[in-house]
Structure formats: structure tokens, C-alpha cells
Design a protein. Structure first.
Length: 237
């Protein structure tokens, strides 16, 4: 039996495109899918994607900056003191950050979470709290370093343990930066939409860096999926 490993990123609530992609790649229980963060915000149904992913033991999400922000406010929503009207229980700083989150795409996430039961929101929170900052996949004599944004504050002598969460989920790297000297090591990341780098909604390769955020939530963008076994690329609108 063939086991295939796929990677996507920056789903941003684009539930229908996500489901179409799973059908396109004929994703099965024998395959593996890594999702490199920013599952939520902007698109029509972020909670729907999270619930679907939670039901699949072979889908492995990583933390993105939008997920981190959403998780923070989900914790407040789920607190006992905020059960009836959590907005009233926010301090001034949280209230300001909440408004910023809503205006930055968080409203769709907030609305979809509000439609869930308290138990479902609690399950989602526990699920998101387990998102790692990166994964390392060894496959067919290649090593793939999977991360949401890249390696911010990069230095050749900097250990992985020295990178902060902010550097891994918020940084904007120069695509020409070569992170590892070994030609068999690739950094796969999202966060920065590829149309901003190459002018097209396609997976962008540069110096063993692979950018796969092709703007899934945007009408002009696409959801991209990369097969790590053979580097085949898939796209849906």
C-alpha cells in the first residue's frame, strides 16, 4: 500500500476549497497531511475546517499567527466568567486587540465559533493548544523543515531551540536566504502569499525554500497542496 505525504498552508477558513482539495488528491486514511498554520480567519468557515481536521488522525496542523490570535480569544470565550458576554469581561488592552483581530479577518472565525456549542469550542481550544511550531519530515532521502513563516532572525549558527514563536510564525524572510547548506534539506512555509513574491498564485521555489501560500481565501487566489513524495503540485480555486 502506498502512503503519501502532503502539505498545505494558510487555508484561512476556505472550507469549500479545502474539501475540494481533499477530493482532488483523493486523500485517504493511509495518507498524511500537514497544514502549516493560519487555518482560521478571513474565509467563510474556519470552525468547519478545524472540526473536520480534528476528525482525522492523519492531519497534523502547525501554529500560525492567525491561529495564535484566535486561540487567545477562544480561551477568553470559554472562560467561566465570560460565559454569557465575554466582551464585557475584557480589559482595555484585550478589547483593543479583539477589535484589531476582527478587522484583520477574525470576524469570520468569531462568528463561526459563536455558532458552536460550548463543548465544541472547548474541544477546538484543546486541539489548537497542541499545535507545534514546526515539524521535521524525512522522506525519500530528503528532509523537509515545515514551519508557518520561516526562520526569523536567522543566523547560520542559531539553534532551532533558540527561535522564538514570533520568529517562526510572524517573520517575512527574503526568499533568497539559504537556511541550510545541505542540498537535501528544504524549508516549506506559508504566511507570505506567493503572488507578492512571483506575481502568480503558484508554489514558489527559491534556494531550497518552498512557499505554498497561494491565497486560498482570496477570489483571485488558489489553495495549493504539495506532495512531498514526488513534489507534485495541486491547485483548486
Amino acid at each position: 500500500m502506498v502512503y503519501i505525504t502532503y502539505v498545505m498552508s494558510d487555508l484561512h477558513g476556505a472550507y469549500e476549497r479545502y474539501k475540494r482539495m481533499l477530493r482532488l488528491i483523493e486523500f485517504s486514511g493511509n495518507d498524511t497531511l500537514f497544514v502549516l498554520g493560519d487555518i482560521v480567519d478571513r474565509g467563510e468557515n474556519p470552525a468547519g475546517i478545524l472540526l473536520d481536521m480534528m476528525s482525522r488522525k492523519n492531519v497534523y496542523p502547525l501554529m500560525g499567527n492567525h491561529d495564535c490570535m484566535a486561540m487567545y480569544f477562544l480561551e477568553i470565550m470559554n472562560s467561566e466568567t465570560a460565559e454569557h458576554d465575554f466582551i464585557k469581561h475584557m480589559n482595555e488592552e484585550d478589547s483593543s486587540d479583539f477589535s484589531c483581530w476582527l478587522s484583520s479577518g477574525g470576524k469570520t472565525t468569531f462568528d463561526s465559533l459563536c455558532r458552536l456549542t460550548t463543548a465544541e469550542r472547548a474541544d477546538i481550544l484543546r486541539y489548537m493548544q497542541e499545535f507545534p511550531l514546526y515539524e521535521i519530515v524525512n522522506l525519500n532521502e530528503r528532509t523537509f523543515f515545515l514551519v508557518h513563516a520561516g526562520l526569523g532572525g536567522f543566523r547560520p549558527d542559531k539553534k532551532l531551540s533558540e527561535y522564538t514563536a514570533e520568529e517562526l510564525i510572524m517573520s517575512r524572510n527574503d526568499p533568497k536566504t539559504r537556511f541550510f547548506d545541505d542540498d537535501s534539506v528544504y524549508v516549506v512555509m506559508g504566511h507570505t502569499p506567493t503572488p507578492l513574491m512571483c506575481g502568480k498564485a503558484v508554489i514558489y521555489h527559491c534556494n531550497n525554500n518552498i512557499y505554498i501560500d497561494c491565497g486560498a481565501y482570496s477570489p483571485d487566489g488558489r489553495l495549493a497542496c504539495l506532495c512531498l513524495d514526488n513534489m507534485e503540485e495541486y491547485y483548486v480555486r
